[in-house]
Write a protein that binds this ligand. Sequence first.
Ligand code: NAD
Length: 362
Amino acid sequence: MKILVTGGAGFIGSAVARLAIARGHCVVNLDALTYAANLENVASVAGSPLYAFEHANILDRPALSRIFAAHRPDAVMHLAAESHVDRSIDGPGVFIETNVNGTYNMLEAARAYWTAEGRPEAFRFHHISTDEVFGSLGETGKFSEDSPYDPRSPYSASKAASDHLVRAWHETYGLPVVLTNCSNNYGPFHFPEKLVPLAILSALHGRPIPVYGDGGNVRDWLYVEDHADALLLCLEKGQVGRSYNIGGENEARNINLVRMICRHLDRVRPDGAPHERLITFVPDRPGHDRRYAIDPARIRTELGWRPSVTLKEGLRRTVAWYLANRDWWQPLLDRGEFGARLGTGPRMLAGAGDSSGGMEVS
Ligand SMILES: NC(=O)c1ccc[n+]([C@@H]2O[C@H](COP(=O)([O-])OP(=O)(O)OC[C@H]3O[C@@H](n4cnc5c(N)ncnc54)[C@H](O)[C@@H]3O)[C@@H](O)[C@H]2O)c1
């Protein structure tokens, strides 16, 4: 199958591109290369005859039309998005542009192409979304596919809007769509502004590890390669017009997740132990959702999928990857822009690019 992957130079999109190519699919990676992108994420497949790259913005309709016509994909996996909640609080405009208007453009370009091709039944537009569209849970309960939408941040609201557009294009125009809503991902190639890599790199540099509020926020963590596997399954076997929730079955409070990372680092980098001394509680993010949890019954019973990597094993693999791949993250730290909101202003990892300020990590 030839798959047009948008956002394929980002964290999850690159995992999808790598896995799809490993399974013999052709991938056309369409990416605008924003701050969150890194072509190193797809370096392992860039030389493959199954891989092509298109530097384009999903806001550029003529470019999308050209790319559909030139590559004639069998399916679209739409991951391109602004993805960081903190950034959406400080600057919501680009989230509306990319996540809402960009998805609209992708739907219209896909619809025009699909119509010109004679409306093939096998075509798929797979929209990749988040569990954050369902809002915040209390101490109990889980999100099912029937949970009401209740987004509470500019990020989740923009993703919710894009989900509604995708469903509308199916109902109104018959576009064969599949949607997935996934819980928090972590793993290799994760941009260091997100909690797991921020915690790992802060700890390695002997810097404060920022944790919002009381650290009690609960997320359902999924190893990114498991997510990529679930996405390809939903693309190939998911029912048209249906959505599937994807979760890790690995609920953890942020503070416990960070402690797990610290304890693991104590074993593999004992010179910095105990890393937990670096944990620093910082004022909470506005509108911080308390708990997300996924009820994975549909994807498990209908498609036979469940995650294969436990949180402990996934964190072990992730820490090992960051220890072995300083060449990947050092240039990003040198930009010095991480943790700006976490910690209400001070850039928690700022200066970590200066080796005099941090410990040697590789
Ligand atoms: N990270 C998570 O935990 C998580 C969980 C569930 C769902 N999702 C969803 O999965 C998708 C991918 O998330 P991620 O964490 O890999 O994001 P990411 O920020 O790492 O990557 C996003 C990619 O999209 C590209 N992009 C951004 N704007 C673009 C535009 N206008 N045109 C073309 N390309 C553009 C960027 O260059 C980047 O390569 C997003 O849609 C996100 O909402 C993420």
